[in-house]
Design a protein around this ligand. Structure first.
Ligand code: ZN
Ligand code: FE
Length: 258
């Protein structure tokens, strides 16, 4: 079992940290260096590697400062990211498998364009680090890609086993679930999940990780093949929805203005 811990950053980001048995750590999307350095110091860990999902500043903004900090301690780490990123020591492509020292399992790389064109997801054992592509109850906005790309990316993630743990980069779950309920007010799994998440958030605990099995039952963006979602989207858009990609496009637009 991997030891995975959240490092809260900014208003609602999570920088996920995998604590390695050898005293190293792998950090996903360090948008801010300070909370990462504090966590590493308090646990007496060194930084082995950074996994970078995409080029937005709230995900990569802390890398330079982490580099300076590591150097001042006589250490160094390896950054795994997109081929287009200047930060990438090891440029990663779809289907790549990378081995990180101290991590017994390989890291699988998936290309998941949509939110951005360079977006990657990383799979280690049954943990999925999906950045801003998939959120619990929602998905990332389409900043660079189109609905077809996002559809394919979400399908790629949904094809992983149901027990896959979903480590998203933001605590957006409650607001996503409000929207999800507007789309599927009769979805009992969704109502039950909302109760669970409310309890966690009231206790100031992360709602994450979720699981893919849960997301397939409650996340409308993974449910564009369902009659309930199709009908809600059609009613909201005032038009017939003929295929899953247009359903996703209209659903995303609805959420953008929700
Ligand atoms: Zn982003
Ligand atoms: Fe983000």
């Amino acid at each position: 079992m991997l030891d995975i811990r959240p490092i809260p950053a900014f208003a609602d980001n999570y920088i996920w940290m995998i604590v390695l048995p050898d005293g190293g750590a792998v950090v996903v999307d360090p948008g801010d260096a300070t909370p990462v350095i504090n966590s590493l110091q308090s646990l007496n860990l060194h930084l082995t590697a950074v996994l970078l999902t995409h080029h937005h500043g709230d995900h990569n903004g802390g890398i330079s400062q982490l580099g300076d900090w590591a150097k001042s301690n006589g250490q160094s780490f390896t950054v795994y990211g997109a081929v287009t990123s200047d930060y990438s020591d090891v440029p990663c492509r779809d289907g790549d498998t990378v081995n990180i020292s101290g991590l017994t399992s390989p890291v699988r790389v998936l290309s998941v364009p949509g939110h951005t064109l360079d977006h990657l997801a990383f799979v280690v054992d049954n943990a999925l680090f999906c950045g801003d592509t998939l959120f619990s109850g929602g998905c990332g906005r389409l900043f660079e890609g189109d609905a077809r790309q996002l559809y394919d990316s979400l399908a790629k993630l949904a094809s992983l086993p149901d027990n896959t743990e979903v480590y998203c980069a933001h605590e957006y779950t409650l607001s996503n679930l409000k929207f999800a309920l507007a789309v599927e007010p009769q979805n009992q799994c969704l109502k039950d999940y909302l109760k669970q998440v409310n309890t966690l958030r009231e206790a100031n605990k992360p709602s994450l990780p979720s699981t893919l099995g849960t997301e397939k039952a409650i996340n409308p963006f993974l449910r564009v093949d369902k009659e309930t979602v199709n009908a809600a989207v059609a009613a909201h858009a005032g038009q017939k929805v003929t295929d899953e990609v247009s359903c996703l496009a209209l659903l995303r637009r609805w959420k953008d203005n929700f």
